[in-house]
Design a binder for this molecule. Structure first.
Ligand SMILES: Nc1ncnc2c1ncn2[C@@H]1O[C@H](COP(=O)(O)OP(=O)(O)O)[C@@H](O)[C@H]1O
Ligand SMILES: [Mg+2]
Length: 232
């Protein structure tokens, strides 16, 4: 589904990712862990076509990302949940979700898909006509996920979705992510919150200062010195 191969990225002359490699198989949940500044958002930007690797290859569904723009990726069935949600605060929740539908090619009935999303995110139903900016952080997180899922993507990529959510909402949110994975969506979960991410992930990698310092199954990572040292 997704392949990162020896990827290097730079910010100007500053090296960020170095020789980063990982693969996400169809149907998997893979998490990318790491402390602040590790290169998680840089990984997300490289994946969404916003920055171009100076070395290595990124493939999504067999396509070389070097020549592919975010819009094209959305159209192919990749949903993105950026760091900080990035909703349009001044338009309605419904219109925000509709933009995701459009971006992903707008196939089939929006109303039917929206109903599916509202069953997945019952808290959003009462808010659907409100401006997105008036919602709580937790509700906005759900709208951002609904926007990424509305077109029925094969792969969804999330950057620190749990940031700013209460522990109870984090559990609810990750239960939903596990559910959409069970229904067939492959998930790349970029998270600082290792314990929660590993509770739903099959496998993961850990980044520190732009390099992969650990890789393994969720159980192996929970047990690894690198993760324990940083988190537990
Ligand atoms: N636009 C940029 N220009 C220069 N340096 C940047 C830029 N964005 C991020 N960085 C630096 O790259 C490093 C990794 O950032 P980032 O990928 O956002 O980390 P994370 O998401 O894991 O917290 C940090 O040291 C950060 O200061
Ligand atoms: Mg980040």
């Amino acid at each position: 589904m997704l392949k990162f191969e020896n990827v290097d990225t730079n910010y100007g002359v500053v090296a960020m990712l170095r020789e980063v490699s990982f693969e996400v198989g169809a149907g998997e949940v893979l998490c990318v862990l790491g402390p602040n500044g590790a290169g998680k958002t840089t990984t997300f930007r490289a994946l969404s076509g916003l920055i171009r690797p100076v070395k290595g290859r990124i493939e999504i569904m067999g396509l070389d990302l070097a020549g592919t723009r975010t819009e094209a990726l959305s159209g192919l069935g990749v949903g993105f949940v950026p760091e900080g949600r990035r909703l349009f605060a001044d338009i309605s929740v419904r219109d925000n979700i509709w933009l995701g539908f459009e971006a992903q090619g707008g196939k089939g009935s929006f109303e039917d898909r929206l109903e599916e999303m509202l069953q997945l995110f019952p808290r959003v139903r009462d808010r659907i006509r409100q401006r997105a900016g008036t919602l709580s952080g937790g509700e906005q997180a759900m709208v951002a996920l609904a926007r990424a899922l509305i077109g029925g993507p094969k792969l969804v990529v999330m950057d620190e979705p749990s940031l700013g959510l209460s522990p109870k909402l984090i559990d609810e949110y990750f239960d939903t992510v596990a559910e959409i994975n069970k229904r067939g969506t492959t998930v790349l979960l970029i998270e600082q919150n290792a314990e929660t991410a590993l509770s739903i992930a099959d496998r993961g990698i850990m980044l520190v200062k732009g390099k992969v310092v650990a890789t393994g199954t969720a159980a192996e990572l929970l047990d690894s010195d690198e993760v324990r040292h940083l988190y537990l």
